[in-house]
Write a protein that binds this ligand. Structure first.
Ligand code: AOF
Ligand code: ZN
Length: 373
């Protein structure tokens, strides 16, 4: 295989870390001999466990390969710092790797070019792809939340809705369960699973009493749960406090705008962490929530909320991407509830850029970026 194919293989491997490595970036590594023969492969494990390079080195050693003079193809600059694990640069140098091909630099200020420098200083040939290369873009896109947290100090916010073709999410009596089909709901769980946190509002908790966990077989971690709840109306018996389906354990973070101390105490006794971040008009300061979530190492936020919170998030410019499931049905504009609250003038319009369109079962999945992201 040539360089490009080997780095493409590393990027394919990185996708194996999608719902696994949070809050660490999803990274893939392929070790090959000078003639292009692959001798080791790996991707990032859970936070605190091995990085991609260490996994690939381990596999090569386990199979008795001589690593001296080999080339490492990595989708992110190898780390140079002692985080939860020791530096990958040192592991590559110690193994005698002669050349490292890197898709993109690590935006983590603790690394940010130091990894490449450290390798070069140790006499390793380092080839960095130009930023516009499709594999460089692919690696950054796969880690859009990690790059967002490192460069903007806020997570990447993806808002999910399911609607009929005429953009209706529920009937006035609140019936909304069966707009999209089984395959779309299943797909939605995969998007929850890749996020660091799922975010909703107290209104949805009170109306639907959702669990908002990721029901995906074989999952090793659950996304945390964030509730925007100005007065802390979330009931202590809400289903979101029940242990999630596989594999259990997640944090429940409730953001309020100054609630009664007895509500704070009752919800904390239920295991929730409560944080007061008051904004204007007795509401929670949404921008401050996302800054706080970035400090809690949240890369991607998956929003599943009602029309009001969706509208506030969009109006305040807090949404980066839309994930829309469109059902092949018409519910009637007059009769239903739209996924977003009304906008009052044309300049409140949210301009989008289509990303992808994919049939999922009988439904369509449309992803779009909010313009300017
Ligand atoms: C790599 N290879 O596969 C990944 C890297 O706390 P630690 O030791 O796990 O370090 C986490 C940081 O390492 C993370 O913020 C990012 O900068 C880098 N991730 N680096 O060489 C990998 N996942
Ligand atoms: Zn590393």
């Amino acid at each position: 295989m040539n360089d490009e194919a080997l780095l493409q293989r590393a990027l394919d491997l990185a996708h194996g870390a999608l719902a696994l490595s949070n809050p660490n970036p999803r990274v893939g590594c392929v070790l090959a001999r000078a003639d292009g023969t692959v001798i080791g492969e790996g991707h990032t494990q859970r936070a605190g466990e091995a990085h991609a390079e260490v996994m690939a080195l381990r596999q090569a050693r386990d199979n008795g390969h001589d690593l001296r003079g080999s080339t490492a193809f990595v989708t992110l600059e190898p780390c140079s710092h002692h985080g939860r694990t020791p530096p990958c640069c040192d592991a590559l140098v110690a193994a005698g790797v002669a050349r490292v091909v890197v898709a993109t630099t690590d935006p983590n200020p603790q690394v940010a070019g130091n990894g490449l420098r450290r390798l070069r200083e140790a006499g390793v040939q380092v080839d960095l792809l130009p930023p516009g290369h499709p594999l460089s873009l692919g690696s950054r896109r796969l880690n859009i939340g990690f790059f967002s947290r490192m460069l903007r100090q806020r997570p990447w916010v993806r808002l999910k809705i399911a609607a009929s073709l005429d953009g209706i999410t529920a009937l006035p009596d609140g019936q909304s369960q069966w707009i999209t089909g089984e395959a779309a709901r299943h797909d939605g769980h995969h998007w929850r699973a890749r996020a660091c946190a799922v975010l909703t509002g107290a209104g949805t908790v009170l109306e639907d009493n959702p669990r908002l966990d990721a029901r995906v077989p074989g999952l090793v971690r659950q996304p945390h749960l964030v509730v925007i709840d100005s007065r802390l109306d979330t009931p202590t018996e809400a289903r979101l406090f029940e242990p999630p389906a596989e594999p259990g354990r997640r944090a429940v973070w409730l953001y309020h705008a100054g609630a009664a101390p007895e509500r704070v105490a009752a919800l904390q006794a239920r295991g929730a962490q409560t944080t007061a971040l008051a904004g204007a008009g007795g509401k929670v300061d949404l921008a401050a929530v996302f800054a706080d979530l970035a400090r809690r190492e949240v890369n991607e936020v998956h929003v599943e909320a009602g029309a009001k919170l969706n509208a506030s998030l969009l109006r305040e410019g807090q949404v980066d991407e839309l994930l829309v499931y469109l059902a092949p049905s018409l519910l009637g504009q007059g009769a239903g509830i739209a996924p977003f609250g009304p906008l009052h003038s044309l300049d409140q319009r949210v301009a989008l850029q289509w990303q992808a369109l994919q049939p999922i079962g009988d439904d369509l999945r449309v992803t779009a970026l909010v313009r300017g992201r």
